[in-house]
Design a binder for this molecule. Structure first.
Ligand code: FE2
Ligand code: FE2
Length: 503
């Protein structure tokens, strides 16, 4: 007699295209409607996580967190994209993808958006990623492995990256010394909100699976002062609106870049990197060091681009996805510089990484003007004197790692030019108008070389000789006197450093 347990496929080959056993497939699963409802919640969670991470890149001082936020924001953006596509396949017009699934869920993410950094880390990496992982696991158990195989597939990839981000957060807590009572306090605040919202899966609650038990109001530490008021009401689930702590007032985006204590003299414009790079008399080996500095200095690009994304609402999702990819690329470019310095045995903190560019654009230009400046610069990187030239210098430098870095940097910049053509240029009647707008916007931010010196913010010290000498010592070579003597500054130059590279 045939039964799901005894059924055999041809020669015992894996049945059902390898998705699952016949016994597993012979049971009903979630309805399309229920799948869509839960997937919309996952979509909302990833969208808010993306927003929160992106909104904190610029003002986060710690370089390792700044770059990780750029990475994780991008990962979340990719999962948003995948979920939007999948939900659109599930008989669901109108999609309602911009709707808030539950006011308490909105408050839950608002709390993280508004929280001071250590609380942000707790909420994001400890609480929300863990509970999102659990909600996805529950979905995987409850949905039908054959009928809903496309959803299961994309959630499998989401879980891999949720786990990676969660692990990253765990290391951050232990190394940055996030106190346990701080974690307990904010976790409790978030627990209350998540219970109110019906967790990330939303009501009705499915049976628990895996290690993580469903949140239970009775397990909350009711003696905690934060929730005394809540529990006094005797009705946690009935709370409306949820009790906000940090998000009582709307989030105010901070566009001012911050750096950690390894970054000093942040207004210094004392070393004109492009003047050195395009000097035909300078050797490629030294030019590579200057190029690595230029890569490292690119930490100002995610600082600036994150502000465009944070301050430009209402665009199609594709805009945010593509711009987020570019933010991540630019953070990688900065880290390429860091890697290069380390590989050459040079202390990168001796090379002054100015914030002049991101600081001034973020505080003196509109988001559209910033985008215009970015596009104008990136178009300038495409001619032969731009990224191709940098790659060729690296290739000929005798430092193979530099060629790898510049090869991919070049490829990324071609992509960025295309992103600009897709999302920036159509705002104008022509490509020329789009370029002119960026050029004019850039002219608004005239060189502040004298101003910052007069204000005592910097003396524009020439850091180059020390850095170059360190590289020579590491390589066991004698410094070239002409290279060592380089002392050209940005004085009198318009501040668009990269534009010089394009000309
Ligand atoms: Fe870049
Ligand atoms: Fe770029």
């Amino acid at each position: 007699m045939i039964s799901p347990e005894t059924y055999t496929s041809y020669k015992g080959l894996p049945p059902l295209a390898g998705l699952c056993t016949m016994a597993e497939a012979a049971k009903p699963g979630l309805s399309v409607e229920e799948c869509v409802r839960r997937l919309k919640r996952f979509h909302y969670a990833f969208k808010r996580l993306h927003q929160i991470l992106m909104a904190r890149i610029t003002s986060e001082p710690i370089y390792e967190l700044k770059t990780a936020f750029a990475h994780h924001a991008y990962l979340c953006a990719e999962h948003v994209t995948a979920l939007r596509t999948r939900i659109g396949e599930m008989r669901e017009p109108p999609l309602g993808l911009e709707d808030v699934p539950h006011p308490a869920l909105e408050a839950y993410f608002d709390e993280m958006l508004n929280a001071p950094t250590k609380y942000l880390l707790i909420g994001l990496y400890s609480h929300s990623l863990g509970w999102l992982f659990t909600a996805v696991e529950k979905y995987e158990v409850a949905t039908h492995p054959l009928t809903d195989a496309p959803s299961k597939r994309l959630l499998k990839f989401a879980k891999i990256e949720l786990e990676e981000m969660y692990q990253f957060g765990g290391k951050v807590f232990s190394l940055l010394g996030v106190p346990g009572d701080m974690r307990e306090w904010f976790t409790t605040v978030l627990d209350v909100m998540l219970i109110e919202a019906g967790e990330l899966s939303g009501p009705p609650m499915p049976p628990a699976s895996g290690e993580r038990k469903p949140l239970d109001a009775s397990t909350i530490n009711t003696s905690h002062p934060v929730i005394d008021a809540v529990t006094d009401s005797g009705n946690i689930r009935g709370l409306t609106p949820p009790t906000r702590r940090y998000s009582k007032t709307p989030f105010v985006y901070n566009p001012v870049p911050q750096r950690d204590e390894r970054f000093t003299d942040s207004w210094n414009q004392g070393v004109n990197a492009e003047a050195f790079l395009y000097d035909e008399t300078k050797p490629a080996s030294a030019k590579v060091l200057m190029m690595l500095y230029k890569r490292l200095r690119e930490i100002d690009v995610p600082e600036m681009m994150a502000s465009i994304i944070a301050q430009t609402p209402g665009k199609p999702w594709g805009y945010y996805r593509d711009m987020s990819r570019q933010v991540w690329d630019e953070a990688r470019h900065a880290m390429m510089g860091e890697v290069g310095f380390v590989a050459l045995g040079v202390d990168w903190t001796k090379a002054t990484v100015t914030w002049n560019w991101s600081y001034r654009l973020n505080t003196e230009c509109t988001p559209m003007e910033r985008h215009g400046v970015l596009f104008f610069i990136e178009q300038g990187l495409m001619p032969k004197t731009g990224k191709r030239y940098e790659y060729e210098v690296a290739r000929d430098s005798g430092f193979p790692l530099a060629a790898t870095l510049q090869d991919f940097d070049w490829a990324d910049e071609v992509l960025h030019s295309q992103i600009g053509r897709q999302w920036y240029v159509p705002e104008f009647a022509s490509l020329k108008e789009a370029l002119d707008f960026g050029d004019r916007a850039w002219s608004k931010v005239l060189s502040n070389w004298i101003t910052v010196k007069q204000q005592g913010l910097t003396q524009h010290n020439n850091w180059w000789p020390e850095v170059y000498e360190q590289a020579c010592v590491s390589a066991g070579q004698s410094p070239d006197p002409a290279v060592l003597a380089f002392a050209e500054t940005y004085e009198g130059k318009r501040a668009d450093l990269q534009r010089i590279a394009a000309e």
